[in-house]
Design a protein around this ligand. Structure first.
Ligand code: SF4
Ligand code: SF4
Length: 117
């Protein structure tokens, strides 16, 4: 955001959000303490994680689970809890540099191809 933030006198009473449809502007991924990481070799592309993610942060391509929108994923862990085959692991942001994954959060296999189709 390059615009100057409004002062308190310019904000609505109580700081309520009066305009709907602005959730994409707020990068709620900043709040995250844990990050979901996908093991594509286990994933069966059932898309239950997509159905239950409260932030619309599951990325889908060609009707298959493709990864995460980390700018908006809050790290709630619902996707990992919902996954029927335990293909999603929640990893502490502090430890994330120890986990190899591509830019969409797909865990890299030892063969180096990321387990992608
Ligand atoms: S951790 Fe929560 S917000 Fe992030 S992708 Fe999973 S369900 Fe969505
Ligand atoms: S719920 Fe699990 S198996 Fe289903 S698409 Fe998501 S990660 Fe893949």
């Amino acid at each position: 955001m390059s615009e100057k933030a409004p002062g308190w006198k310019e904000l609505p009473i109580g700081g309520v959000i009066v305009h709907a449809g602005n959730s994409f502007e707020y990068e709620t991924g900043d709040w995250r303490a844990q990050r979901p990481v996908l093991d594509k070799e286990k994933c069966i592309d059932c898309l239950q994680c997509w159905v239950f993610c409260p932030d619309g942060s599951i990325l889908v391509e060609d009707e298959k689970m493709a990864g995460y929108d980390y700018q908006h994923c809050k790290g709630c862990g619902i996707c990992a809890h919902t996954c029927p085959v335990d293909a999603i692991e929640m990893v502490s942001e502090e430890k994330i540099s120890d986990v190899e994954f591509d830019e969409w959060g797909v865990k890299q296999s030892s063969s180096g191809d990321g387990g992608q189709d």
